[in-house]
Write a protein of this length. Structure first.
Length: 444
């Protein structure tokens, strides 16, 4: 049903108060609210566009408005004496604004050369109080075509609008709409990325043991230090009983970010546990993990891993460790000396045949075995730190922090390394860091 009021045809008819029914359309109102701009202060980007509208038309007043059911909110107002921070003063009742014409016309411009003489506006309550001699406005449209508001100018006296002026107003209205759409799209993208990152982080966290399985006769601890920022990478660790006196300790690092990295982490962790029950050789287990990754995931993802099998003896721990493209483990002797365990091997998931080697190790009372990811050595101060020097924490830094853990149990060891590492990186690491410490308690 259409209604005609003083020559203005409103396709959806009128409300009971005589204003266009389109003002109360719930879809349109939702689009206005979705901009997030109602009841907000002035912004340079909108003020610049409003000033440009005033300049190209020669008018002293220009407005960028958002129109809801009952009011016209001025996101920008040029030529009005108003405190930029006065949000409450940036509005008037919708009946007092010409903007309802644009909403009622559903996307058509509204142009009046002589407001006091034009039958559509001569009885409007704002013509005299607001000194409206002429008015020209173009709708600001949502992506769905809903009228959000207007880009309008007011002249104090009658004004014969030139086509170039009106074309400019139309272009500015489209530019304003594009700015609003872009903001909404960016906000939606941020929310989606936050949700995806949260999902990936939850997946990754679910793949880390909530607590380490106690190993009789040993002191064990682990820590997982997320990188600064939203990216999620695939650092993971595990400590589990294999069979009889044998235990397994795993540290891995998946190349990539987000959900895909977490999915590969899950595949690696559970495949390795399954293979560990069949083979006590770490290199044999890692070789079979490589085949499983290629078979199930193709060659688009890879990971590095260090895996040790060990048993507790009367004199401490004996075991073997294999590294597949992963940093070697470190052993801290009771007297503070540091040695590495493991030989560089082929990373997993890229080649059918990998070269990984078992290396034997032994821990005596007071000794600690440390497995870690490359975030522990590659951490560096943030890029915005004063000066250009951004040294990595490095193998020497990690070895030094471990050597300083005299008298520390496994929990104290990973905590101390984490503190020293955080100080070096100024509390903002670029990469996740996982640590796993296995310590033989000293005698007595």
């Amino acid at each position: 049903m259409t209604s005609t009021v003083d020559g203005a045809v409103f396709p959806r008819g009128l409300r009971r108060d005589g204003l266009p029914a389109a003002l109360s359309d719930p879809v349109r109102l939702a689009a206005v609210a979705a901009t997030g701009l109602v009841d907000t202060g002035g912004e340079d980007v909108f003020d610049d566009l409003a000033r440009l509208a005033a300049a190209v038309t020669g008018c002293e007043r220009a407005f960028i408005t958002l129109v809801d059911e009952h009011r016209s909110f001025w996101k920008s107002c040029v030529g009005v004496d108003l405190d930029p921070g006065d949000v409450a003063g940036r509005q008037n009742a919708v009946r007092e604004s010409f903007c309802y014409f644009l909403v009622g016309l559903e996307g058509e411009p509204f142009v009046v050369s002589d407001a006091a003489a034009d039958p559509r506006t001569r009885d409007h309550p704002s013509v005299a109080p607001m000194r409206i001699g002429a008015w020209a406005g173009y709708p600001i449209l949502a992506p769905g075509g809903e009228v959000l508001g207007s880009m309008c100018v007011i002249d104090d006296v009658p004004h014969t609008w030139r086509s170039a002026e009106l074309d400019s107003l139309g272009a500015l209205a489209r530019a304003i709409g594009n700015e609003m759409h872009l903001r909404k799209a960016l906000d939606t993208t941020r929310q989606a990325l936050t949700a995806l990152t949260g999902l990936a982080r939850s997946l990754q966290d679910s793949l880390l043991p909530p607590r380490l399985t106690p190993v009789p006769g040993l002191d064990v601890a682990a820590s997982y230090l997320p990188a600064d920022g939203d990216s999620v990478v695939g650092d993971f660790y595990d400590l589990f009983h294999i069979r009889g006196p044998w235990w397994g300790a795993l540290m891995g690092d998946v190349c990539g970010h987000g959900v895909e990295a977490a999915k590969l982490t899950a595949l690696a962790r559970y495949t390795l546990r399954a293979e560990a029950g069949r083979h006590l050789s770490p290199s044999a287990v890692l070789t079979r993990l490589n085949s499983a990754i290629i078979a199930q995931r193709g060659r688009d993802r890879f990971l590095t891993a260090a895996y040790a099998t060990f048993r507790v003896t009367s004199g401490g721990v004996t075991g073997r460790l294999a590294a597949a493209g992963h940093p070697p483990a470190l052993v801290r002797r009771a007297d503070g000396r540091i040695r590495s365990v493991g030989r560089a091997g082929t990373l997993l998931g890229m080649l059918d045949d990998v070269a990984v080697t078992d290396v034997r190790f032994r821990l005596l009372p007071g000794d600690t075995l440390l497995l870690y990811t490359d975030g522990a050595t590659e951490g560096r101060p943030p890029a915005d730190r004063p000066g250009a020097d951004r040294p990595q924490f490095g193998e020497d830094g990690l070895a030094g922090a471990l050597a300083d853990c005299h008298g520390e149990d496994a929990v104290g060891t990973v905590a101390h390394i984490g503190r020293v590492h955080a100080r070096h990186c100024l509390g903002r690491a670029d990469d996740d860091t996982a640590l796993l410490a296995v310590r033989v308690p000293p005698i007595g």
